[in-house]
Design a protein around this ligand. Structure first.
Ligand SMILES: *[C@@H]1O[C@H](CO)[C@@H](O)[C@H](O)[C@H]1NC(C)=O
Ligand SMILES: *[C@@H]1O[C@H](CO)[C@@H](O)[C@H](O)[C@H]1NC(C)=O
Length: 226
């Protein structure tokens, strides 16, 4: 009887751990985050072009990040499989073009992609395996076409624009209000750094953001050239 109670107790502990693990890995939507290379590179910290050369003058993917409606995000997710570049070899040239690394020292991007997978992608592995995860993000970039959306509203690199006009241009084209993240150039001016759109848990369609990240921009921001 003692032994029986003991094993029930152990099972309860295991069950609690399992439930905690499932809760820690749950998510409600993705943030699809794209960054403007001009704003990455003109900071005090500067940047390094990838070994494959200077990226196109376009937004680049930063990542597809599982998040929860209450603002938290899953963490400590355990991979069924580690990052494996050969599983996405068919996507590699698109990745180099649309998901370029700007970190120093200069590299081919593998470290960036592996980081994004290990830090974020793995937490959505129950829905998107590694290949589907990267392919989904690449597809979303084409769909969002941010640079064109801004151009259509007369917003082009090398100028200064109201934050509101940038919001409006993207809302007009994407159908939902984006989140704009600013950083500062080397002189301390706020500038357009990253644009967040929200995506449903299957990665197939844009949705209204259930919650926005926090951060500061000024009402007028730079959109630097690259
Ligand atoms: C948000 O939800 C998760 C999962 O249910 C929970 O673990 C976390 O504590 C919640 N965070 C906040 C800030 O409410
Ligand atoms: C990586 O993926 C390839 C292609 O699917 C596979 O042949 C190889 O065994 C995988 N490597 C590891 C370490 O899992």
């Amino acid at each position: 009887m003692v032994k029986f109670q003991c094993s029930i107790a152990i099972n309860l502990v295991l069950l609690q751990r399992l439930l905690a693990l499932v809760a820690s890995q749950s998510f409600d939507f993705f943030y699809f985050v794209q960054q403007w290379p001009g704003s990455y590179c003109n900071t005090k910290q500067s940047c390094c072009y990838p070994t494959t050369g200077k990226p196109a003058v376009d937004f680049g993917i930063h990542g597809l990040w599982p998040n929860r409606n209450n603002g938290s995000h899953p963490y400590d997710c355990y991979p069924k499989k580690p990052f494996n570049l050969s599983e996405i070899s068919d996507l590699e040239s698109s990745m180099q073009k649309d998901w370029p690394t700007l970190a120093c020292p200069s590299s081919d991007g593998q470290n960036f992609w592996s980081h994004e997978w290990k830090r974020h992608g793995i937490c959505s592995e129950s829905v998107l395996d590694q290949h589907a995860y990267f392919k989904t993000a690449l597809g979303l970039k084409q769909k969002a076409n941010l640079l064109q959306a801004l151009k259509n509203a007369g917003i082009t690199p090398g100028g200064s624009y109201s934050l509101k006009s940038i919001h409006n241009a993207i809302t007009e084209s994407a159908g939902y209000t984006p989140w704009i993240e600013c950083n500062k150039d080397s002189s301390g001016n706020y500038q357009l750094y990253q644009i967040y759109l929200c995506v449903d848990t299957s990665g197939s369609k844009l949705i209204k953001c259930p919650v926005f990240p926090k951060g500061t921009c000024s009402s007028e921001i730079e959109f630097p050239s690259f």
